[in-house]
Design a protein around this ligand. Sequence first.
Ligand SMILES: [Zn+2]
Length: 160
Amino acid sequence: MENRMIALLELTPHPDRSVAVLGGLLLLCCGVRWRLRWLQASPRTSDPWEAALNEAVQGDDAVPLCHRCLAPHDPQAHFCHDCGAAVGSYTNWLPFPQLFSVGHILRVGTDGRFKHSPLTISGFIFLSIAEYHLFAPIYWFLFFRGITPSSNGVRPAEHA
Ligand SMILES: [Zn+2]
């Protein structure tokens, strides 16, 4: 067995890299196994909320809140009156209101008030390419101006 491993390592062009890859795969397999065991051992609950809270949320007198600013809004409203986010159940499926919803999302990108992560930044870049095509670089200028701190360390959106 040991001779086979040595022979295998001699056949590969970079045996040290192969050992590192095998070690990484072994650690990955151990991590996945540990995660699966942790998931199987965790207690299973069908509903993480208390029953009273669930009844309050499902009640007839419950007021829906905006997912972005937590302002209460009319259940029939398509957009939040405070921040402009799409709050209707079917707003993003309706052809005309969908335009305003996409516009709101792109405006959020330019004001810089969102969680900055590689996923959100690449999402704004791809969405702007899909929406603006040749004019996307204009959006990118406004986008990166919004997320880049100015010389005094304050983002432009924080001045307002
Ligand atoms: Zn809102």
